[in-house]
Design a binder for this molecule. Sequence first.
Ligand code: ZN
Ligand code: FE
Length: 255
Amino acid sequence: MPLELVTLPCLADNYAYLIHDPATGATGVVDVPEAAPILAELARREWVLSDILLTHHHDDHIGGVAALRAATGARVWGAAADRHRLPPLDKALGEGDAVPFGSQSAAVLEVPGHTIGHIAFVFAEAGLAFTGDSLMAAGCGRLFEGSPEQMWASLQKLAALPDATRICSGHEYTAANLRFAAAVEPANPAIAARTLRVMKARGEGRPSVPSRLSGERATNPFLRANLPEMKAAVGMSGASGAEVFAALRAQKDRF
Ligand code: ZN
Ligand code: FE
């Protein structure tokens, strides 16, 4: 049975995601930028929050945890590696751990780069991956703590998921990310087509996320760093995927 997924805008450009298992009533939220919109949506749907899943320690992903936990008593799950700078955790997680959720479970992937303790949650049966600020729609998070090699390895892990996986990322950055993608690969028709779809969605006030992994493969420059056409586009034909990724990430920081 599929999980219900709700994409909730929070703060200026963050997203929290509600997941609900209709078979068991289990209800989770991935990242808590602020508590109020999450509590309002839970009340509106009459869902009882059971689990709070955290991708990484940045304030815009955990700012509402204390208030949300106080209001709901939900369990808090987050990376063991960042235990010292996350809100108090009920369960500390590392690579390969499973988070039981209703009739399903989520696998934990360690995806360092944006931060060292960044994790992603993969609900294989439901085809959902919560990637926070690691793999993002048409982009990836800035390297605040990790190296390009670490982020490249993290993205490769996520890229190994099935094509149809829905990528639930932490911010509404897609339009700006696509401008960079188009500057790097101006002849890629999938980028132009996706840009039109994203402009339409944003114009109608709809989120541009989640996205499909297949679409990320076709348009996200940071997933494409190992392709011959991308290496040619950036004039690095002899370089490794990690080297091209590092160059693209540095270029995006200045874009
Ligand atoms: Zn962040
Ligand atoms: Fe963020």
